[in-house]
Design a protein. Structure first.
Length: 357
């Protein structure tokens, strides 16, 4: 009996089709198996939250399989924005050796839910959605008074410091009413402005404590004399042992989780670009936006930044104030082009906390 030997190989073809071929060495017969893009699934990137007109933080990644359930390379995926008017960085893309492909998705011009479809050649598709929000950012350095007042106007009328939920308007904290028992020491409680003076905020920090100062923190370090000016005299606020302060919103005087339309802060002595930021998170923990306080521009050394969204969607903010916390053994050297930028805070301004529903 005559023996035959066979050679088998994969022949790639554009469009998500592979030819699995075998040829008998003693004849001209060729048997071909077509590997085709059969199914597509979403890997990552669905359900993100972003800003109007801006790309999402994470790419959209899909995975393509052939009819045998194996990952398929070189499959073409077509991307189509189906709602919201946004855009993708490429209308088609091809899968890699692992069967994955990704694109960047920019949100449309209006707040709301945007939709995107990823399809393969046989018409099978997956739909991806993301939520876009409008945000208005106010920032200033030097004489910040006008910008602070503009921001206040965006949030509405100042509400009294009483428990309960007001229909609209804003709340403020300027630290000056904090009693002597909690001033110039590390005893200031993180729930003070929800329990002692109900304003609907809870403070936490990965550091050791919070400190209110009426002397510019010279009692911590005498070299801080003249370092930190105030916007509303005489007191300032900072965390100890960390540059991070988390602010959680609750209905004033309660433990009910709340949402606000925006939050802004006055900062003293921002010496480096990008050292001082406010991050905004929704109730699900999605990062909505990050804003940067501008570097100080004059001897007063004050900066302001705040963001306002189209609705009450902010459940928490994280403030990063400088690169280095106040400390008896550490001086600020940012003005000498160093990286020890010590920044403290003055007024907090934020929308009325409304119960999350």
């Amino acid at each position: 009996m005559q023996q035959r030997s066979y050679a088998r190989w994969l022949v790639p073809a554009v469009g998500g089709v592979l030819l699995l071929s075998s040829a008998a060495c003693n004849d001209n017969g060729i048997n071909a198996v077509v590997l085709a893009a059969t199914s597509i699934t979403l890997n990552t990137g669905n359900g993100q939250v972003g800003l109007v007109g801006q790309p999402l933080a994470q790419p959209i990644v899909v995975h393509v399989l052939d009819q045998n359930g194996a990952s398929l390379a070189n499959a073409v995926v077509t991307w189509t924005v189906t709602f919201g008017g946004g855009s993708v960085n490429t209308p088609t893309s091809q899968t890699d050796a692992n069967g994955n492909t990704s694109i960047a998705w920019t949100m449309g011009p209006a707040a709301g839910v945007d939709s995107l479809r990823a399809a393969i050649a046989n018409g099978t598709s997956v739909t991806i959605s993301a939520t876009a929000h409008n945000v208005q950012i106010t920032s200033a350095t030097g004489d910040i008074t006008a910008s602070v007042n503009d921001y206040r106007a965006l949030l509405g009328t100042l509400n009294p410091n009483v428990a309960g939920e007001k229909a609209d308007g804003r709340r403020e904290i300027n630290w000056d009413g904090v009693p002597a028992a909690f001033t110039n020491n590390d005893l200031f409680p993180g729930n003070f402005f929800n329990v002692n003076s109900p304003r609907g905020v809870l403070f936490t920090t990965p550091g050791s404590a919070f400190r209110i100062s009426d002397n510019g923190y010279v009692d911590v370090n005498a070299n801080y004399a003249g370092e930190f000016n105030v916007f509303s005299r005489p007191k300032l606020f900072t965390a100890r042992g960390s540059t991070v302060t988390d602010v959680q919103f609750v209905v004033a005087g309660s433990n009910t989780q709340a949402l606000v339309t925006g939050f802004g802060s006055v900062f003293a002595d921002v010496g480096l670009e990008n050292s001082t930021t406010i991050e905004y998170f929704d109730a699900a923990g999605n990062l909505l936006a990050t804003v940067k306080a501008p570097r100080r521009s004059d001897a007063a050394g004050l900066s302001f930044v705040g963001a306002v969204f189209e609705a009450a969607i902010v459940a928490r903010v994280r403030i990063t104030s400088g690169k280095t916390p106040v400390d008896a053994a550490v001086d600020d050297n940012a003005s000498a082009e160093g990286n020890r930028d010590i920044v403290v805070m003055d007024d907090f301004i934020y929308g009325e906390p409304h119960a999350a529903r």
